[in-house]
Design a protein around this ligand. Structure first.
Ligand SMILES: O=C(CO)[C@H](O)[C@H](O)COP(=O)(O)O
Ligand SMILES: [Fe+2]
Length: 209
């Protein structure tokens, strides 16, 4: 299928007892990246994968790993995720005051740095970081679980970020994460999303691939 966006299926909705098979499925269905949701049971009320699981998956595909850290204090352990094989490493602005430093350290390690914001955080909170980041991950659900409904008003942030990018010649790409399925895909794309993350819809056959 010819598509004009980067498809990043999330293994959060795969069968955790067969994650290697999930990577193959993503490849077969034309996924461009693998989205890996790291949850620490603290920043969000759920617990998922850590570096050893990501390192094991790294051996099973050459697709880029888009690692979404939903963790408190991301600076404390970001290097383990880089070592495990993250290509894009995205952390939450709500979890890190010293974001400039963390972005620099991710870049020094030769990886792409992403910043994410939950639905209640405005784009203005990222103002100082816009010239520095490679990716902005706009959460369209409250993070922590797959299978939730997209909050349509969050897509305004995608429009705002694309406008700021154009006006200032910034280089970041914008990703939409949460509740994207065959019904909501068009709205995410028309808002200007460059990357589409999809978990439950992709693995249940409710995503147009
Ligand atoms: O970051 C996430 C949740 O915190 C997931 O990436 C996201 O929710 C994807 O799952 P779905 O497409 O089912 O909403
Ligand atoms: Fe995610």
């Amino acid at each position: 299928m010819n598509k004009e966006y980067i498809l990043a299926p999330s293994v959060l909705s795969a069968d955790f007892s067969a994650l290697g098979d999930a990577l193959q499925f993503i490849e077969q269905k034309g996924g461009d990246w693998v989205h890996i949701d790291v949850m620490d049971g603290h920043f969000v009320p759920n617990l998922t994968f850590g570096p050893p699981v990501i390192a094991a998956l790294r051996k099973r595909t050459s697709l880029p790993f888009d690692v979404h850290l939903m963790t408190s204090n991301p600076a404390e352990h970001f290097d383990s995720y880089i070592e495990a094989g993250a290509d894009y490493l995205t952390f939450h602005i709500e979890a890190e005051i010293h974001a400039h430093r963390l972005i620099s350290r991710i870049h020094e390690a030769g990886r792409k740095a992403g910043i994410s914001l939950v639905p209640s955080t405005p784009v203005s909170s990222l103002k100082e970081l816009l010239p520095l980041v490679d990716l902005i991950l706009v959460m369209t659900v409250d993070p922590g679980f797959g299978g939730q409904s997209l909050i349509p008003s969050c897509l305004e942030k995608v429009r705002e970020l694309k406008k700021l990018k154009q006006e200032n010649d910034f280089s970041y790409i914008v990703s939409v994460d949460g509740g994207v399925n065959s019904r909501t895909l068009d709205s995410a794309l028309s808002a200007g999303s460059d990357v589409i993350v999809t978990g439950s819809a992709f693995f249940s056959g409710n995503f147009p691939v």
